[in-house]
Design a binder for this molecule. Sequence first.
Ligand code: FES
Length: 104
Amino acid sequence: MSERVAGVGDVPEGTLVRFEFQGTHIAIGNVGGSFYAVDDACTHMGCPLSDRPLDGTTALCHCHGSQFDVTNGEVVNGPARRPVQTFAVEVSGDDLLVEAPASD
Ligand code: FES
């Protein structure tokens, strides 16, 4: 089940913006007009990844320099070792809908 989290215009190209989603925070990135969402907490020590520009598909954690690919959550550079959780984003008109991960 997906829910509206933001408008398309709320996430300018090349940025990663923080939003509330189901009691937590996610960061939605705009990479050339395609949208991706990740958990807004670095897997190293939990610093937010949002509200900074993207370098292509890469988000930089300002705390200790970890880098993550927002398209798949994978670590590009440590010290983080674990990928960040990703969320599916669907564009519906002017809305960005985010899908909650399936619960176990
Ligand atoms: S908390 Fe992100 S690199 Fe340390």
